[in-house]
Write a protein that binds this ligand. Structure first.
Ligand code: GCU
Length: 387
């Protein structure tokens, strides 16, 4: 059954802008053009509305992205120890101000071509040469399921620290002695950029010789990594699947539910290095944002947007993530993919069950914040790369 969202005229500030109603809340209609009027075709979405929205997210939420490197080289180290990585790749990038490097580890199934690859934005730096198992990145479960894992060391791309976040890739693009421009992306943007550089590598012959098919790569992140995965997938259409696991505030959660879970003020106070200065203007003022996060999910279309929440993860506002998922459907509908897979728009849906539409997937796990075996069981079992 397709879940519809009600449209309503927005009341206050922008009288000519259409809104949709999500859970009783008015949020921007992803199909409403800045110039007035409404998108009616996938072609118009791609040529007109998608670029408008990407620009609005850059200017107001995530910041401008780093440029493409002037030079990129790869150094490869094959074979790890124990459960070891098939390949450890060091990606070395050059920008106008210097060089930086970060690691991508590839784990492939022992037999056969991988059914697809999960590119994990690993903000914990916990996937090493011999990662063993465990919920967050259960390598043997993933490879046993016939999939490959590519783990990007996000801490090397940009340290998750207010004092040193520029010392990864950012200072290769901006003079170290000067403040970043107010609209420049910071850690989350750099991680998203790093995922695209990992994709550049996965498209090389050296990577495809491992059996990895670069047209079947799901970018995935948990929590802060999930925010980055969504921003990577919104910008880079090479990812056919984009997975946000418990991404919460400035991830899948609707920004206009500011008082539910982590607010814009709180996230910027605790993590001043994640987002640009321009985003901080919306602390306590989410209604003034020209975008909302349902539109971020919509930017992934026609790629598969996957939203996973945990029922007791109050800080991430699981209901806000659910509503955002519903609010992206009108854009998928332009591609004939508007079916969300959910039986109804009522909150909460059943826990522990993967809901799958032709272009969107959702699940609500019981329990608290985490990327757990139960989440992976759903990702591995739901044929994410098929329509
Ligand atoms: C904190 C932060 C969240 C983030 C989470 C995580 O709780 O407030 O925004 O998602 O850390 O990355 O685990």
């Amino acid at each position: 059954m397709t879940i519809g969202v009600d449209r309503a005229p927005i009341a206050a500030a922008s009288a000519d802008q259409a809104a949709i109603l999500l859970g009783g809340l008015e949020v921007p209609d992803p199909l409403a053009l800045d110039s007035g009027g409404r998108v009616t075709s996938a072609r118009q979405w791609e040529q007109q509305r998608r670029p408008e929205l990407l620009k609005a997210f850059q200017e107001n939420v995530y910041g401008t992205s780093l440029l493409a490197p002037t030079k990129t080289t790869y150094s490869e180290d094959s074979g790890g120890s124990g459960g070891g990585s098939t390949k450890k790749v060091t990606i070395m990038v050059t920008g106008p101000e210097g060089k930086a490097s970060f690691t991508l580890r590839l784990f492939t199934p022992s037999s056969g071509k991988p059914r697809g690859t999960f590119l994990l934005i690993d903000h914990r730096g916990s996937v090493g040469d011999d990662p063993g198992s465990g919920g967050y990145a259960p390598v043997s479960t993933i490879t046993g399921g016939g999939y490959a894992l590519a783990a990007l060391n996000a801490e090397e791309v940009a340290p998750d620290d207010a004092g040193s976040y520029r010392t990864g890739v950012i200072n290769a693009f901006y003079p170290a002695g000067q403040d970043l421009p107010a609209d420049a992306g910071r850690t989350i943007s750099a991680w998203a950029w790093g995922a695209s550089r990992a994709m550049d590598y996965l498209q090389t012959d050296a990577a495809t010789s491992t059996g990895i098919d670069p047209s079947k790569v799901a970018v995935i992140g948990h929590s802060r990594g999930g925010k980055a995965a969504l921003w990577a997938g919104a910008q880079d259409p090479r990812f056919p699947v984009v997975i946000s696991n418990n991404s919460g505030s400035t991830g899948a959660k609707l920004a206009r539910r500011d008082s539910a879970g982590e607010s814009i003020a709180a996230i910027n106070a605790q993590f001043p290095h994640w987002f640009p200065e321009t985003y901080k203007r919306f602390a306590g003022n989410a209604d003034a944002l020209p975008v909302d996060q349902n539109e971020l999910l919509a930017l992934i279309a026609p790629g598969r947007a996957v939203v996973a929440s945990a029922a007791d993860d109050g800080n991430a506002d699981p209901q806000g993530e659910f509503l955002s998922y519903l609010g992206a459907a009108p854009v998928y509908e332009l591609y004939g993919l508007g079916e969300t897979g959910l039986p109804s728009a009522s909150w909460p849906p059943a826990t522990g069950k993967g809901f799958r539409g032709p272009g969107m997937s959702y699940h609500l796990r019981s329990g608290g914040h985490g990327l757990e075996d139960a989440d992976w069981q759903i990702y591995l079992g739901s044929d994410l790369f098929a329509r």
